[in-house]
Design a protein around this ligand. Structure first.
Ligand code: ATP
Ligand code: MG
Length: 460
């Protein structure tokens, strides 16, 4: 929601040069005053500036004594922008026409002679109402946009569209899904969306955070236990896996799952049966697995921390959530969504982000992704004192500073060139295993030049 603090525009349509002069003199302090003396001029200025409020004299040339031109002007403007507030300025003799104008959609009328102080109050109210309606309209437009997302997951960027497409395609297939993404990118939301669109949607959706439960308790938490299975096991308890029967089991942070449990989980995936801790009975469970992790699973496999065979089972379909900083306009969309949500929740009178704040939001790198964005906005709304959220409210020292630190947009061309040059040298050296003859040939430069560049970039 862009709401700059720029001066509001007021269009005055009147064929009397004296009145134009008087109003301009009296109102220029408060508004940017635009003047038109006939319908053609008025429509031209309107199209160019779309002022929210207009004062309109009905008697315009060529029908200066009637009202046809004024009413025509009113209709044309309201047709283009029904929300425009038109205040009709009428003489005593055309009172009937003023009422007709209101019927046609004029906001109000005011009888000449003009008392500036009174007219100012009317205009102020008109601007205020226009602003309220506009905010409300934007809110509605925004909330409509959200329905375009999926089960509370907002996003319009191409990467998120792709995520939505994948979810739509795979939700009803009864196969495991692995959701990948940095912290706070919405992995759990995606898991819930998959469940909600699957044939199991009336069954349970059981989440378990494999990273949050101590290793010795996780097994019982997952598979349950029989009475006396271990000290303290006073009765039989069913685990999350069993509870997920005919539904979805959401294994969150599966990258943190200890190796022995990875083996048990694999067995469950293969046989669709499990045993409670301390039990003998093989229990059949029909559950779909959706797993999520923020660790680099391929690296974890290479490091021997995650079993490759388990990965092949759960990673049949992977959905990769992009980091927030790569989602472009979505940052703004999400920021406004959270803004409106928490304004409503905390009942604060905040009108939006200042433009410096908006710039800072877009430039920041969001290591904590959507969750961090949500938290920053929630906090800002609680703490803010002005009517616009400023960079400091969001925890940025200043909009400019955030931009300098985090955005390549703020690089000079030379900095960007140098960075690319260095990256290409490094890549080329890597792919030719340090062979400078091959690397320089690959980049199309002579060997002496290549050496010079290496020196410039402090490469060995
Ligand atoms: N695209 C989105 N639209 C709306 N809200 C979102 C979106 N993505 C995330 N959120 C919100 O951000 C918060 C974090 O989302 P979620 O818990 O799904 O992320 P996560 O990837 O599971 O995070 P973590 O790695 O920290 O567990 C939640 O409050 C969620 O509602
Ligand atoms: Mg999560």
């Amino acid at each position: 929601m862009k709401m700059g603090k720029s001066v509001q525009k007021l269009l005055i349509v009147d064929d009397s040069p004296e009145i134009c002069k008087q109003l301009k003199w009296g109102l220029s302090k408060h508004y940017e005053v635009l003047l038109a003396q006939n319908v053609a001029e008025a429509l031209k200025l309107f199209a160019k500036h779309t002022p929210r409020v207009i004062t309109l004299d009905l008697g315009l040339p060529p029908d200066a004594d009637g009202a046809t031109e004024g009413l025509r002007c009113l209709e044309q403007i309201l047709q283009q922008y029904p929300a425009t507030k038109v205040v009709v300025l009428s003489g005593n003799e055309d009172h009937g026409n003023a009422l007709k104008a209101v019927e046609l959609g004029a906001y109000d009328f005011y009888r000449k002679p003009i008392e500036l102080a009174e007219l100012k109050v009317i205009l102020e109210r008109a601007f205020h109402l226009a602003q309220l309606e506009e905010d409300n309209h934007q809110l509605q437009a925004l909330s409509k946009g959200y329905e375009g997302g999926m089960h509370g997951i907002l996003g319009q960027c191409s990467q998120m569209e792709e995520v939505f497409n994948t979810i739509r395609k795979i939700a009803s297939a009864d196969i495991p899904v692995l959701v990948l993404g940095e912290n706070g990118t919405g992995k759990e939301l995606v898991a819930r969306a998959i469940h909600a669109q699957s044939l199991r949607k009336d069954g349970p959706m059981i989440p378990i955070n494999c990273g949050a439960i101590p290793e010795n308790l996780l097994e019982a938490e997952l598979f349950g236990h029989e009475k006396g299975a271990f000290t303290g096991a006073v009765g039989q308890v069913r685990g999350k896996v069993e509870f997920a029967h005919e539904g979805t089991l959401f294994l969150d942070e599966i990258g943190e799952m200890p190796q022995p449990l990875q083996v048990k989980m694999l067995r469950f995936l293969q046989d669709k049966t499990m045993q409670r801790v301390g039990g003998r009975e093989m229990i059949e469970v029909n559950a779909r697995i959706v797993a999520a992790t923020n660790v680099d699973i391929n690296a974890a496999i290479k490091a021997g921390e995650f079993r490759e065979d388990l990965y092949y089972r759960i990673g049949v379909i992977t959905i990769e959530l992009p980091p927030l900083r790569e989602r472009g306009e979505d940052i703004c969309l999400l920021a406004n969504f959270f803004l409106n949500r928490y304004i409503a929740e905390y009942g604060k009178k905040i009108r939006g982000f200042s433009s410096a704040a908006e710039r800072a939001l877009c430039a920041y790198a969001w290591p904590g992704n959507v969750r961090e964005l949500e938290n920053k906005i929630k906090r800002a709304i609680l703490m803010a004192e002005g009517s616009f959220l400023e960079p400091v409210d969001l925890g940025f020292e200043s909009g400019e500073q955030a931009a300098v630190i985090f955005s390549t947009e703020k690089m000079t061309l030379k900095q960007a060139r140098d960075r690319l040059e260095r990256e290409m040298l490094v890549d080329s050296l890597k792919s030719h295993e340090g062979n400078i003859a091959k690397a320089s040939e690959h980049l199309g430069v002579s060997r002496p030049t290549f050496y010079d560049l290496m020196k410039k970039h402090h490469l060995q």
